[in-house]
Design a protein around this ligand. Structure first.
Ligand SMILES: [Zn+2]
Ligand SMILES: [Zn+2]
Length: 129
C-alpha cells in the first residue's frame, strides 16, 4: 500500500501513514459533532507507530479525560483523535487525506446519536456506541 498523506487547510500540519488502515468509519457522536461543527465526522485508523503527524502549529485539545484531539492552531482544521481505550491507535480525519477517495468507510458508529434531519440510506453497518 502506498503511504497515506494528508494536511490541514493551511498546509502547516501534515501527516504520512504507512498503513494498514485498521478501520474507517463515520462517527455520529455529539463530541465529534461539536469538535468539527459538522453532523458527521469520518475517520480512518492506523497504528500510531506507523504514522507521523507533525507541524509547528499542531496543538491538542483534551476533549475528555481519556481522549485528545489534534488540530492546526493556525487554520483550525481538526486533524486527529486518540483514545486511551484504544492505545497505540491514531484516528485521522478522512477528508484531510490528499486523496480522500483512497480509503473506503465501512461502518457508522454512535448511530443512535445521529442528527434526525440527516437522511442516510447507505448499506454500511450501523453500530451503536
Ligand atoms: Zn492549518
Ligand atoms: Zn465520535
Amino acid at each position: 500500500m502506498a503511504d497515506l498523506t494528508g494536511h490541514c487547510l493551511c498546509g502547516q500540519v501534515r501527516y504520512r501513514a504507512a498503513g494498514p488502515v485498521i478501520q474507517a468509519n463515520h462517527c455520529h457522536c455529539e463530541s465529534c459533532r461539536r469538535a468539527t461543527s459538522s453532523p458527521v465526522t469520518s475517520f480512518f485508523t492506523v497504528r500510531a507507530d506507523d504514522a507521523e503527524l507533525a507541524g509547528a502549529s499542531l496543538a491538542f485539545y483534551q476533549s475528555s479525560p481519556r481522549h485528545r484531539r489534534g488540530f492546526c492552531s493556525h487554520c483550525g482544521s481538526p486533524m486527529s483523535y486518540e483514545s486511551e481505550n484504544r492505545p497505540g491507535e491514531l484516528d485521522l480525519y478522512l477528508v484531510t487525506l490528499d486523496d480522500p477517495s483512497g480509503v473506503r468507510v465501512t461502518a457508522h458508529d454512535h448511530w443512535e446519536e445521529r442528527v434526525s434531519w440527516l437522511d442516510i440510506v447507505d448499506d454500511l453497518e450501523k453500530r451503536e456506541g
